[in-house]
Design a protein around this ligand. Structure first.
Ligand code: K2U
Ligand code: ZN
Length: 170
């Protein structure tokens, strides 16, 4: 049970393509556990392995409310099978781009397939916040960040801000 440091923009590892997982071993189970600890501590409702520097195709999420029991979801080698034509625009943030929130338009419903920690293949439909979170997390596995959906002007402004902060931090 360990929290791991979350990479912050402009760390290049956030732009890498994560590798598929071919064996669900103790290392993957420990990574999933550490990602959930890190996500709950942040706090956040999702986290992708590249955000803790592990370029593996695994994401975790938990959309339960504070007054509800925890409901962690671990998705290994997730892929979106279909997207709805209708879209929603919601406010997103990112633990790797702290303290900024922007509106992003995404398909409202999706169908996703993944392998769970028990090695079972799961196919499920998702809407509402879960659909947004899944799309946000799966983007991370391909080096895509939610700011990439903003106008070039807004995205460049965010990039410059974090590049400046990184230079200051030395
Ligand atoms: O990937 C991440 O950085 C985790 C995000 C996931 C997320 C962002 C936007 C919309 C849905 C999921 C974190 O949970 S950021 C914290 C947060 C939570 C709710 C709304 C906005 C940001
Ligand atoms: Zn994110």
């Amino acid at each position: 049970m360990a929290k791991r440091p979350i990479l912050i923009l402009p760390d290049e590892r956030l732009r890498a393509i994560a590798e598929p997982i071919d064996k669900i071993d103790e290392g993957i189970r420990r990574l999933a556990e550490d990602m959930l600890d890190t996500m709950y501590d942040a706090p956040g409702i999702g986290l992708a392995a590249p955000q803790v520097g592990e370029l593996r195709r695994i994401v975790v999420m938990d959309l339960s409310k504070d007054d509800e029991p925890k409901a962690p979801i671990v998705m290994i080698n997730p892929e979106i099978l279909s997207y709805s034509d209708d879209t929603v625009t919601t406010e997103e943030g990112c633990l790797s781009i702290p303290e900024l929130y922007y509106e992003v338009e995404r398909p409202a419903e999706i169908k996703v397939r993944y392998t769970n920690l028990e090695g079972e293949t799961v196919e499920r439909e998702a809407g509402d916040r879960l659909a947004i979170c899944i799309q946000h997390e799966l983007d991370h596995l391909d080096g895509v960040l939610y700011i990439d959906y903003l106008s070039r002007l807004k995205r460049d402004r965010v990039l410059k801000k974090f590049q400046k902060q990184a230079r200051r931090a030395g």
